[in-house]
Design a protein around this ligand. Sequence first.
Ligand code: NDP
Length: 268
Amino acid sequence: MADSVLSAKPILERFGLTGRTALVTGGGQGIGRAFAHALGEAGAAVAIADLVIERAESVANELREKGVDSFAIACDVTQPQQVETMVKSITDKWGGLTIGINNAGIADWTAAEDISESNWDSINAVNLKGVFLCAQAEGRVMLEAGYGKIINVASMSASIVNTPQKQVVYNTTKAGVLHLTRSLAAEWAARGVRVNSISPGYTRTQLVDDLLETPIGKEMAPQWLALTPMGRMADVTDLQGAVVYMASEASDFMTGNDMVVDGGYCLW
Ligand code: NDP
């Protein structure tokens, strides 16, 4: 038998993304922006999609300043036609799509007894249906090419119930993302498309900062830190290594997996 350890590409080369093309939804700020920078620094060309085109443009500019091939796309991930157009604009420009990061998501802190139907529907539309629509459009291109890496952004809230805030809809959608990931992974594994998820713990972004501005947020923050073994929230850069690993050939035998990056929150 050939000795693969001696004949394989050097390990850091296998983490590289040169020649890959990537899409990051909700990439105009926060975690998505950090993912876009990480993928670009690792060698990929990166398309930035967001609701507000100016925000996506600004991140695409940051990447181009680093010498990364990048462009911005306006896309609401809840709209199938816009999702199709987004993916087509990438294949038209770059001839293919190898990495899809389905990151756009919204949060909500309404008590279960007060949640309206429209509240339920709007959060599900972005966090669950939006992830499915993007994965489906990306998957079609990747299946055709016989290779691809889809990474859905879930949350530790997919596996635990946060406290003290109430977020039943958010938690439920994120749990759905994990099973959506596993289901797509099983369907597409034999055709070269890997589907995994990343589950961050509390991470300092606009989404969390907005909450921390509220009286309840100020009250909750110390509890979050006390419940996190590492005693701090993540910086967005804490998540970058995991996404590069999952996007690269170094993780080619991994599919249907969830990588939790939470400072140990889920341990207790
Ligand atoms: P941000 O709110 O900072 O960024 C999310 C981006 O997605 C925003 O630019 C937002 O635009 C955009 N977006 C919202 N809805 C849509 C839509 N329908 N179509 C396209 N883009 C949309 O969030 P984070 O960076 O904090 O979160 C990114 C992901 O990480 C989310 O899925 C979130 O659930 C997840 N996550 C975050 C954690 C945290 O602690 N921050 C922890 C665990 C998971 P706009 O601002 O205009 O709405």
